[in-house]
Design a binder for this molecule. Structure first.
Ligand code: NAD
Length: 360
């Protein structure tokens, strides 16, 4: 098959890490008989430098015409870069929000997986870390508290601020369906995280998710209150498979889940819309402190490419090949600087890409 991939390398380490992911995808293409065409597009700071704005209509149109988007990261040093002297709507990050909105990417996926070889980086107790964990944090991205009506005004002489948390059943159903579809590709367990003992919106999430669960009898479905989930993530993360939740709870819990894996350079992510289309990117930023030095860890981006194969192209075997190649290089002891232990040799960004591509 032939696939057209919009490649948004972006700023900082973006070009270095996306190039490695393209290398690995090309190796997959050779081995499994696929062709990946990369259409290079600008977004973020590099787009500001060329066009004066972080996201052009052309980038949006070309992304729409593609089968998926593979992204690096955008933005620069927020203290020193001239991009941050611009008004907020013209800064690099506005490009990211703009493309998510334009492509209607409402479901954010962030796997949190503890590689046995990187256990030392896990901040949890040894007896918890030794059990390992492998979960998929699934966060609603376009509704809820961050998108509701908000205002601050004086009421009876007292300054009062209001933020509105609202969801309708369609917004919940479409992500719940995605969540159960993803659970079917994994260990067939889904936990809905909410605050249904207090919030009406959470009670609607429970009602709708329960209805969707009825269509997936093979998936073990459960619910958990968000405060309990925050504790369980550090006490017994191995219990979770797919964790489904609304926007603000997901914002906080997905960072907690990332933290317990111990390394930002290892964490992929995906943002999906109603079709099979998705935008795939590492969870970290553009790391201006190490940009251009060929020392960034490309694994998060390479694993994002694996997610693209699995969730947008339905190429599970090929996605497994990438994930297995990553496990293999780690087992063989190769590390980039960020995940090397003291005294351990490290490889450069492009060498890590070569090592993984060779093991496909
Ligand atoms: P960051 O994630 O870029 O960097 C935090 C730390 O992690 C740095 O020490 C960096 O060197 C390290 N790091 C990140 N990715 C790494 C990798 N692949 N390999 C090795 N080390 C890595 O976060 P920040 O410094 O807060 O932000 C820098 C810029 O990135 C800002 O402009 C911010 O707005 C932007 N940003 C962009 C995205 C995105 O494009 N989706 C996400 C987050 C931050």
């Amino acid at each position: 098959m032939k696939y057209r991939i919009a490649s948004i390398k972006g700023d900082g380490i973006g070009p270095e890490i996306v190039t490695q992911a393209q290398k690995v995808l090309n190796a997959v293409g050779v081995k499994y008989g696929h062709e990946f065409e990369f259409v290079e597009l600008l977004m973020g700071g590099c787009s500001i430098d060329k066009y004066g704005i972080p996201l052009t209509d052309e980038t949006i149109d070309e992304a729409r015409k593609s089968d998926a988007v593979l992204m690096g990261s955008i933005g620069g040093d927020t203290n020193t870069s001239p991009w941050y002297k611009l008004e907020p709507g013209k800064r690099p990050e506005a490009g990211l929000l703009g493309i998510r909105k334009a492509l209607n990417l409402f479901a954010n996926l962030r796997p949190a997986y503890l590689y046995p070889e990187l256990k030392e980086a896990c901040p949890l107790k040894e007896e918890v870390a030794s059990k390992g964990f492998d979960m998929m944090m699934m966060r609603e991205l376009t509704g809820g508290l961050y998108f509701g009506e908000r205002y601050t005004k004086e009421i009876n002489g007292v300054l009062t601020a209001v933020d509105t948390l609202s969801y309708n059943e369609d917004e919940i159903r479409r992500i719940a369906v995605k969540g159960f579809d993803i659970a079917m590709k994994r260990r067939k367990k889904l936990t809905l995280i909410d605050k249904a003992n207090v919030l009406d919106s959470s009670r609607l999430w429970r009602k709708v998710t329960e209805e969707v669960a009825a269509d997936y009898p093979e998936v073990e479905y459960g619910v958990m209150l968000v405060d309990n989930c925050a504790m369980q993530l550090v006490k017994d993360p191995a219990q979770f498979d797919v964790v489904l939740t609304e926007n603000m709870f997901g914002d906080i819990l997905s960072d907690e889940a990332s933290m317990i894996t111990g390394s930002i350079g290892m964490l992929p992510s995906a943002s999906l819309n109603e079709t099979r289309f998705g935008l795939y990117e590492p969870s970290g930023g553009s790391a201006p402190d190490i940009a251009g030095k060929n020392i960034a860890n490309p694994i998060a981006t390479i694993l994002s490419a694996a997610m693209m194969l699995r969730y947008s192209f339905d190429l599970d075997k090929e996605a497994d090949a990438i994930e297995d190649a990553v496990k293999k290089v780690l087992k063989e002891g190769f590390r980039t600087g960020d995940i090397a232990l003291e005294g351990q040799n490290s490889v450069k960004c492009d060498e890590m890409g070569d090592l993984i591509a060779e093991r496909i």
